[in-house]
Each structure stands twice: as structure tokens, then as C-alpha cells.
Design a binder for this molecule. Sequence first.
Ligand code: GLC
Length: 655
Amino acid sequence: MRGSIMADSEWTRAQAARSIERLLPRLRAELADARAADPAGWECFEARLAREWPRLFALLLQLYGGHYDFFYHLEQILLAAGRAWEQRSPALRALDERRAADPFWYQSQRMLGAVLYVDRFAGTLAGLRERLPYLEQLGITYLHLMPLFLSPEGNNDGGYAVSSYRTVNPAIGTMDELAALADTLRERGISLVLDFVFNHTSNEHEWALKARAGDPEYQEFYHIFPDRTIPDQYDRTLREIFPSVRRGSFTWDEGMGRWIWTTFNSFQWDLNYANPAVFRAMAEEMFFLANIGVEVLRLDAVAFIWKRLGTNSENQPEAHSIIQAFNALARIACPALLFKSEAIVHPDEVVRYISLDEAQLSYNPLLMALCWEALATREVRLLARALATRWRIAEGCAWVNYLRSHDDIGWTFDDDDARAVGIDPWGHRRFLNAFYTGDHPASFARGVPFQANPTTGDARVSGTLASLAGLEQALQEHNPILIDLAVRRILLLHSVMLSAGGIPLLYIGDELATLNDYGFTHDPARAGDSRWIHRVAFDWTRPERWSDMASPAGYIYNELLRLIALRKEQEAFGGSALEVFDTGNPHLLGYVRHNNGQRLTCVANFSERPQTLTANRLRLHGLGYRFCDLNTGARLSADEALALAPYQFVWLETV
Ligand code: GLC
């Protein structure tokens, strides 16, 4: 068996070599002018092509080798990569070189991400340009703009139903403005991040319109079925992602008189990646986005891109091959481009998307969900276990750590991890849903359910960070003690996000403790999607309140500015090494961060009662006797136990 795999791969390598020998002259001829204009650049391109071609070829062969026109598609894909290089601006080619010289730039502790909706934050792209000083003051170096492409009027899943990847939603601006903004951001040291919504298009995308009009070439772009026979077979093993939209994963399209695969909303048509033309078409969209200056593509809904009968059609091996093939193409044509995977699936599966050859960056849904879990239970056993056993990812890659996003919170922990620390996973998820939707007598949270599934009893939670952390309830009750506790919770969560390794990602509005906005229920296009409760329009009125330390919003904002600045100075917060230690106290999370010669011991109290870490453990894990807490400047000695106030966190350096 081994021998045959070897023989196969040798055969594949030989095929790869033969094919590029044949294709290269055509590529050179096609790009004659561009090569003459930048011979050194072309040399780099060819070097990258030589490096990446064997793996790209092997991946495409594995995915599409069975198609009679495989070599035609291969040539077209290569030509598309060549043309993408040709169209890449001198500034972006220079960026490619800078990144090649410093490939792990994103692991720096100076990185800070932010995510926002252009329309909700600043109205338009022009408005956003004017608001950049706000983001710069926060210290943002990575800016994810939520989907801003053309999409259907009314409900369009917050822009995740894309009708054209080359047209900006006219209500917020133009493609030229977007490209100019990308330039400005880059000049100011901010990387532009956009979504690559590649699992589906809207039903108004040109490809969908052609399919609907009966064009067989474009019907092959989607998963379309004449009757329920095959959809029924698939539905037996598929997970329902948006059960409150419709049951199952298929939608009847009246125009076509056919069933169509729609994992999410009924107007989001899943693309058929078994068709090489789809891969090629999306690769061209990827190149287009890279060449307007996008530095990181957030790969939306990665888990769903390959379908296989008899499975849940999530995380199939081919999904990885497709992303790796996109990755290889990016390395060849626009190597500064990075991928961030959005795999909100079981933790075992999340890490499989992360590697330098696939997605260099990944959301960390486990850290997010378990921070909320620990806040509800006041205990860190599940969080500590997950950090101890599931933190490590492929060398050179980075987590993107977040507390809230535009999406719901799902309780994504592993059932066996829960059992190992004495928690019944099913009951615990029910408890967490009840707790965060205010359906529990001891809850401080004001969240609402999202996509409750009447069959499985499963549900997820919507709500802003501040409302989930208790601030909304505390303010309504005018209770200063509860307000204080909520503020402490909010800062505690941010302290973990800012000190764990990877890129912290602020959900803009959270820095000002934005509360739930219940107004979405009056908008018919949004009323059916509770995630709008936490997609709140930014409040620019009375900016003077941001400096009001007596208000929760002002206090949190200024404390976050301070913590962010502090983070950026600590080498230890760069890289991703993190070692969890047993604090011997169920409420205290403890971990050590070290990098470039600096070592910091972080301890966070997840309960509203004072807690202590014994002197012995402090000596052991703090490595020393005298410490400085970087947060308060307090000097501490390990002659005594470390005392933490309710929800206090410390970042200790040995002195
Ligand atoms: C991702 C997005 C989510 C969207 C879905 C379908 O999960 O984060 O908002 O609904 O993909 O595109």
C-alpha cells in the first residue's frame, strides 16, 4: 500500500513537472509585456510558481482529475494566476516582498483587530475614511469590514448573500473608493480584511440568474435537483443550520421549478465545487479582491463547501483540498494574502483548517464560548482544560481571539472534555442557553435565543457583550453594585482576549459597552434574525461621554485603551505559546505567556468573590518571589498568597 502511494506521488510529481513545462511557454507569451516591464518581479513569480506548482497540481488533480477537460481547466487556472500577477499594483508587489521578508508579522503583540459594518459604523466608505482616527486611537492594525458587496434588497443575511464580488453595495460607495481605502489603511499600518463568501452566492448573482434562465453551464454551478429524491437522501444526515428559516437544507425555486441546496437562508445558493469551473471562477474573484488591496480574506463558512451523500457534508477532506489549492494560488500570484478560516464547528475540526498551507489564521470559537461558559458558572475547569489541551496550532499560525462577533454564540465545546471535568455536556448546554437568554433565576445576562431547533432542542444565543455580561440588567435596576460587577466582567473577558496568544479582535461597539438594540424587530427584513440585536448602529452623539470615567461606557473605553497600550509593549504577548497551570482554585484561570525573552504570568478571577492563589503556587508558576502586576503597578511578594478582588486579573512579571 505504502509503495503504491509513493508510486502515485512520484507519478503525480512527474505529471506536474510535465504539465508546467508545457504550460509555462504559453504563460510567458501571454504576459510578455508585463514581464518586460518588471523582469525582477517576474523572476520572483516564476520562483514561487516552481515552488507551489507540484502541490497545486496534486490538489487539483485529486479534486478534478476525473474530468475529461481537466487540463483545459488547469491551464485556465494558471493563466488566471498569471493575469492576477500582471494586474497587481507596484504597491502590492512591494507588500508581497515585505511580507516575504517578515512572514510571521501577524504574530506581533502590536496586532489588534477590529470588525465593523461600514453602514452601521460610518454610513459609507467615505464616512469610514473620516472615522479612521477613532480606530487609530484604539490601536487597530487589522480591520475587518463586514460584507459590503452588492446583495439583494431587504434580507440579505447581513451582506452574506453576495450578488457580485466586484461591485460594492451602492448605498455605501464604489469599488474605487474601497481600493483607495485599502491603500490608505495600508499606509497607516492597518491591514484590510474582507470576507470571501465562497460557499454560496445570492440568488441574484449573475451565475444564479443564468442558472434560473435555464443555462445548463450555470446550473452546474449549483446543486440543483428536479425533485425531492436526492435532497431527501441528503437531508437524512445533514445538520440544519438555519432551522427557523425552513426545515432541511433545500429550497424549492419557483422560477426554475427545481430544488436547490441552501445551507443557510433560502436566497443563499450553495456552490458546487465538484465542478472545476466553479473553483476557477471563485479563484478569479479571490485574485480580484487581493488586487484591490485586501490583505486577509475571511473564508466564510469553510466547513460546508463539499457535499457527500451519507455524511453531514461538513469538513469533508475535499473542503481542505479546495482551500489549500486557493492558498497555493495566492502564494503564487499575490503572496501577501492571508486566509482566516471561519470554521464554527467541533474543536477537533476547527484546527484542521489551520496551517501555513491552508488558513494561517483562524477564529477561536472555543476560547470565545468557554469564556462565556466560565462567566456563567464562575468556574474555569472546562476553559482551563480546553486551553491546556486544544490551544496549540500549527507552527507559524495564529488564533484570532474574540469575545463577540456579528454572529450568535454556540456552545461548541467537546462533550468528552466536559465529561472529563465532571460536566454533563447536554445539560450544560441547556443551562448555558437558559442562563444567557435570561431564563435562569440567577442570570445577569440579557440575551435572546437564535435558531432554536424544535427537534433537537439545540439553540444559540444573541446579544451584545455588555448585555450578556450583565450591564443592561444592572443599569435597568440602577444598582451600582451590579453595574460595578458587570463592568468588571467586561474588562476581565477583554483581559483574556488581549493576553492569550494571537490576534485579539474587537467587535466595534463593545469598547463602549454597547447594549442590545431591540429595534430590529420592527424591520421586516431583520425581524426574523435575532443576531440584529447585537449589530447596533454606532452612536457618535456626545463623544465627550467617552472620557467620562464615571459612566460604565467611559470607564470601559479608557481601561481598554490602557490595556491595549500595555499589551502592545509586552513581548511576551506576541507569538502564541501559552501554558495553562493548575491554580488549585476553581475560580481562577492561570496561564503563562512567554516570547522573546519575556515571561508573564496571567491570573484571572472568574467569580464575584475575592479569591486567592496560594503563595506556593505563585512561586511555582510565577517563577520567582517578587512580582510587579503590570495592570496596577502593584508590587507583590510570594511570601503571601495572591489575593484577587472580584473579577480581577493580573499580568505578573518577575522583578
Ligand atoms: C457565516 C457568517 C454568518 C452567515 C453565514 C452564511 O457563518 O458569519 O453571519 O450567516 O456564514 O454566510
